[in-house]
Ligand binder design. Structure first.
Ligand code: NAD
Ligand code: APR
Length: 250
């Protein structure tokens, strides 16, 4: 099954790599909906991942995201992230669009991933969106409450720079992602359950515009029917094999 995907990738002028939490799973960063290990099997999203949750208990929410940031800082990019950077090196017209808030694509060499759901490394104040700086070494014990810092510009509370439930995606980022999906020859969807919109619409947008959509995921997802090729495997195994098959001489 890798061969048709490799052929499509080799012939592509423009590739979009669309990633979800699954690409970071083999780096030890938990996904959301995997049974037992997923974040929402262990934590209550309504108490941690909505603007109301932050208003109700900023110390709980800030502490949780600092715990996640600490885990991310301890993680290393895996072979899947490195393979994505290799695709970008071989296809200059590539764009990485990620739903993840970690920095593992950047640390693997991807130049400017589009973060549709924000970043754990871009906190901002709640009043005016002033960028804030945070401790290089965040507190890391799970469940620890931490008071959020105050904005040095205006004194307002600082919040995590991630997209919560009930919030819109950053408009410019989503527009750039839709443009890339509309113009690409291949969209490679990796490690997403494809259930959270509007991000999950990108594979369909690409397919409707004539692109070949390839999915890498050990499990079936609602995106299966949109994909020309479904590679049942993990990111760290499948992506390096796909790159080697697409560019055997490099
Ligand atoms: P989420 O989408 O992961 O939460 C999903 C759960 O929230 C579902 O069970 C759903 O039933 C519930 N939910 C849906 N709508 C809701 C609403 N309006 N109010 C309350 N609950 C609702 O939540 P999230 O906020 O997007 O995730 C938390 C943050 O952690 C995200 O920004 C995510 O990117 C980040 N994270 C990143 C990585 C990574 O970067 N690799 C991995 C895990 C988590
Ligand atoms: N390699 C590839 N895919 C994997 C791996 C792996 N090693 N491990 C798990 N997966 C797959 C799972 O089968 C699942 O389909 O990754 C997917 C992870 O799905 P989710 O946990 O739902 O994460 P994601 O799709 O990124 O969620 C989308 O919703 O919760 C919000 O903001 C949050 O950005 C997130 C968005």
């Amino acid at each position: 099954m890798v061969d048709p995907a490799a052929a499509a990738l080799r012939g592509a002028r423009k590739v979009v790599v669309f990633s979800g939490a699954g690409i970071s799973a083999e780096s030890g960063v938990p996904t959301f909906r995997d049974d037992l290990t997923g974040l929402w099997a262990r934590f209550d999203a309504a108490k941690l991942a909505t603007p109301e949750a932050f208003d109700d208990d900023p110390d709980l929410v800030w502490g949780w995201y600092e715990w996640r940031r600490a885990r991310t800082l301890r993680a290393e990019p895996n072979a899947g992230h490195v393979a994505v950077a290799a695709i970008e090196a071989r296809v200059p017209g590539s764009v990485v669009v990620t739903q993840n808030v970690d920095d593992l694509h950047e640390r693997a060499g991807s130049k400017a991933p589009i973060h549709l759901h924000g970043s754990l490394f871009a906190p901002r104040c709640v009043a005016a969106g002033h960028p804030a700086t945070v401790d290089a070494a965040p507190a890391s014990d799970e469940g620890r409450r931490l008071p959020p810092p105050r904005c040095v510009e205006c004194g307002a509370l600082v919040r995590p720079g991630v997209v919560w439930f009930g919030e819109a995606l950053p408009e410019q980022a989503f527009r750039a992602a839709v443009d890339a999906a509309t113009e690409c020859d291949v969209l490679l969807s990796v490690g997403t359950s494809g259930v959270v919109y509007p991000a999950a619409a990108l594979p369909m947008i690409a397919a409707n515009a004539g692109a070949t959509v390839i999915q890498v995921n050990p499990e079936p997802t609602p995106l299966d029917e949109v994909c020309a090729v479904n590679l049942r495997g993990t990111a760290a195994d499948t992506l390096p094999a796909l790159v080697a098959a697409a560019w055997p001489d490099r």
